[in-house]
Design a protein around this ligand. Structure first.
Ligand SMILES: Nc1ncnc2c1ncn2[C@@H]1O[C@H](COP(=O)(O)OP(=O)(O)OP(=O)(O)O)[C@@H](O)[C@H]1O
Ligand SMILES: [Mg+2]
Length: 238
């Protein structure tokens, strides 16, 4: 695979595991507990996409994208990176539907990456407001992700989804959680699970699925002001 077929994550150990980064033409999923660096990781991919001269669409579904965080991660070259980074902010699940249904015409020109950051947050909101519609909403979520997987392939774009899961004891009270995670995992070609560790600012990334079909692989990462970086000492000790 050519390097241009990958979008670097900018995190050495993850790029090594993924043989250069997340793949164009594939659907990638990064999921995990709150505060495990999923948004940071997604911004970092958008920044590296722009550094490769390609546009990135960042769909901020849970209103957590801050330009200041982009600036911290982008460092020098922020101006060019900002020009190539397009931000969308749906506030209802129906708006997310509208974005996805018009995505193919929008991303046909020079896009390398589409991010849906916390792709399940508006779905979750809607299921909480109208529990009677849960089956329709599940079907719609599944349809949306199928469309994204299709666009990734037909337009050779890397599609990156992030999703939040709660710890098991909380999950017991949130019955919709497993359904959404199952849907995302079904469609994803690459899956990383981000886990909190006992050390503050350090997370464990578990590569659960990848195109190379390697067994489960793990590395440790540090969340810093300028983004997520490898934490090799911990990885060796693990
Ligand atoms: N400028 C910074 N310097 C260092 N660490 C930071 C900085 N900004 C955020 N963090 C750390 O990054 C973590 C949150 O990262 P991020 O928002 O990417 O997580 P997330 O997995 O997307 O969370 P959520 O599930 O709530 O969406 C927090 O632990 C926070 O302390
Ligand atoms: Mg986030």
């Amino acid at each position: 695979m050519r390097l241009q077929d990958k979008i670097a994550t900018g995190c050495d150990s993850i790029d090594k595991l993924l043989e250069g980064g997340i793949s164009r033409g594939s659907l990638s999923l990064v999921y995990g507990e709150p505060e495990t660096g999923k948004t940071t990781f997604a911004i970092q991919c958008a920044v590296n996409c722009a550094r490769q001269g390609l546009k990135a669409l960042f769909v901020d579904c849970d209103a957590t994208f801050h330009p200041r965080r982009l600036a911290q991660i982008a460092g020098e070259g922020l101006e060019k990176i900002s020009e190539l980074t397009v931000l969308m902010r749906p506030t209802r699940f129906s708006e997310q539907t509208a974005i996805i249904d018009r995505l193919a015409e929008y991303t046909s020109k020079n896009f390398g990456l589409v991010v849906f950051d916390t792709v399940t947050s508006l779905y979750r909101l809607e299921t909480a407001e109208t529990p009677a519609k849960i089956f329709d909403l599940n079907r719609e979520l599944n349809r949306q992700i199928a469309v994204l997987a299709q666009i990734a392939k037909t337009q050779q774009i890397a599609v990156l989804l992030t999703s939040q899961v709660r710890a098991a004891f909380v999950q017991a009270t949130v019955s919709i959680e497993p359904v959404a995670t199952r849907v995302l995992k079904f469609w994803a070609d690459m899956i990383i699970n981000m886990k909190l560790t006992e050390k503050s600012g350090i997370v464990q990334a578990v590569l659960e699925k990848s195109s190379s079909n390697m067994p489960l692989q793990t590395c440790y990462l540090r969340i810093r002001e300028d983004g997520i970086v490898s934490c090799p000492n911990l990885s060796k000790a693990a």
